[in-house]
Design a protein. Sequence first.
Length: 298
Amino acid sequence: MKADEIKGLWLGALGVVIFALTLPMTRLAVGTPDAPQMSGPFIALGRAVVAAGLSALFLLATRAPWPARRDWAPLALTAGGVVFGFPLLTSIAMRHVEAVHASVIVGVLPLATAAVGAWLHRQRPSAGFWACALVGSALVVAFAVLRSGSAGLSIQPADALLLAAMGCAAIGYGYGARLSQHMRAEHVICWALVLALPLTLPWAWASRPHAVLAASAWWAFGYVAVFSMWLGFFAWYRGLALGGTVRVSQVQLLQPFLGMLFAVPLLGERLDALTLGFAVAVIATVFIGKKMPVRAVA
């Protein structure tokens, strides 16, 4: 493995550690049906507004050039995935499911990211690579079905929202990684956030909370705004650009387990044997899948 690929994997791992706290912190900020805090739309769009303000300052401080005309459409797709789609869907879902449960659903994200990355970057993963990715994703779906509590093959509406969020994130990751090949990785997320500001600002203001909220909800909101929505992408997009989207995306299989570890002390949630078993089984696929070849298409 080349030095750039190794560096990309480490940067990707750093991004995953930062993102692993996103669901527990979102759960803390949004509250529960019995004790609601912030609304899902405010958390999703408010954090984008805060991150956009930081982005504007960063772009000015680094004298970032304006994106080329050909980059505006990929930036819009990046924003649609990681500024709007993923935050909105997860913020709405997290009021109805525990972070430990949602962390397992996140296990489907590596397959979605790998699929988008392979298509965008003209890469051809081996059959063994796809087999590992599909097994991990099948385990995630099986877990959601088992936890649905209903007869037949069905899942909770919140799980459906989470799965849709994974698709949005994969698109945002894939296009952001491609832009990071000729733009600074930090500038990609910054421009995406600034581009979205005319929509996120009025929507966040309209959905702002009017009641007095717990201090913990504001601290959690601060984390998802500064780290999940901004700094985490600095490492993540750089890692994807250096190590390759298809390969580095598999590091995300560590995210469910990390999310569970964070949710237990932060939220007092319980980690049962079934959840832990599925998480370990999903994570195990990363150690096999990362050894499978990924070839470029001529």
